[in-house]
Design a protein around this ligand. Structure first.
Ligand code: SF4
Ligand code: SF4
Ligand code: SF4
Length: 314
């Protein structure tokens, strides 16, 4: 990252921080209430048939490439700023009574009524009418409320970035805009990931269960959980055995709204602390730079101390 870019990022950070704190303090309640009032449109969906997944990792590598993540050839082992999707491994008992490993592709579930959207006081997360829950880094001020609110533990925070931002799958929104499939869908060589209107995928999933009752458990995960998600799963074993959270049908967004209605000032407090830390770090850096400019040939303080101790002993 060059110096100009760093300066621009900092300016943007501060601008957003100021705007974010103000928005959190004054308008957070309004945004949360507004998000809850928006009508739910079903939109696109992604159906993942776990019985077809061989764990080849093509989908997660394609995801990294499509989203220009660093280390595009390295298989991800968790959700992080470098990977918006990964394969989670679970040992399960198959229909023959043998133990086997089942890989589960994890990414944002694109909830119909997303708790992350309700929790975000500055509108950095939005559910689009096509079903994708997208993120706008220019609005985010790093409070991480979305992380706490998400029932699936999806948004990740980039701790290595001094400006720390949120990362998550956006259903390849940039590709959808260009009429392309999400990268993971197109990459699966086994047809385990399908894309289409959510309602059609649900009908398809139930038809598959009805015609193959020994292949699938009678449950389309995501059809009803937390009010429904745009990412849906079919499985041969109960979802609980694969680490899926057992959630009710009620959207969590309502709870997040209630919390945000009570806590807009906390968001402002977080922003204020972040500002103070930023300025303290900046001031420390400036003083160190100035000192180094005045005493360019001086060795570091610890070396000087060691040298003077040596002189005294001699
Ligand atoms: S899974 Fe989590 S991050 Fe994704 S839309 Fe739902 S609440 Fe938001
Ligand atoms: S939809 Fe796009 S961002 Fe999301 S998991 Fe698939 S490839 Fe990754
Ligand atoms: S590309 Fe298809 S088969 Fe390979 S890991 Fe992903 S979902 Fe499974």
């Amino acid at each position: 990252m060059n110096a100009q870019h760093t300066k621009t990022s900092r300016r943007r950070f501060l601008k957003n921080l100021g705007a974010g704190a103000l928005a959190a303090a004054l308008a957070g309640t309004h945004h949360a209430a507004h998000a809850a009032a928006e009508p739910v449109v079903s939109g696109w969906g992604i159906l993942i048939d776990l019985t077809r997944c061989t764990g080849c990792e093509s989908c997660v590598l394609a995801c990294k490439q499509a989203n220009r993540r660093p280390t595009p050839d390295q298989v991800p082992t968790q959700l992080c700023s470098e990977a918006y999707s990964f394969l989670d491994a679970h040992t399960v008992l198959n229909a023959d009574g043998n133990l086997e490993t089942q890989k589960v592709k994890r990414q944002c579930m694109h909830c119909l009524q997303p708790a992350c959207v309700a929790a975000c006081t500055v509108g950095a997360l939005r559910r689009q009418s096509n079903g994708a829950v997208t993120y706008d880094a220019s609005k985010c001020f790093g409070c991480r409320y979305c992380q706490y609110a998400c029932p699936f533990g999806i948004p990740t925070y980039d701790w290595d970035n001094p400006l720390g931002l949120i990362h998550k799958c956006e259903m390849c929104a940039h590709r959808l805009e260009e009429g392309q499939l999400p990268a993971c869908v197109g990459a699966c060589p086994n047809g385990a990931i399908r894309f289409g209107p959510r309602a059609a995928l649900i009908a398809q999933a139930h038809a598959q269960i009805a015609s193959n009752p020994f292949r699938y458990v009678d449950h389309v995960y995501g059809e009803h959980e937390v009010g429904g998600t745009s990412v849906l799963y079919l499985s041969a074993v109960p979802f609980q055995a694969l680490g899926f959270p057992m959630l009710g049908d009620t959207p969590i967004a309502g709870d997040a709204n209630q919390i945000m209605e009570r806590t807009p000032l906390i968001a402002a407090g977080v922003a204020a602390i972040a500002t103070s830390l930023y300025w303290l770090t900046k001031r420390h850096h400036e003083l160190a730079t100035r000192r180094a400019a005045i005493e360019p040939d001086q060795p570091p303080a610890t070396t000087r101390r060691a040298e003077s101790q040596g002189e005294t002993k001699a």
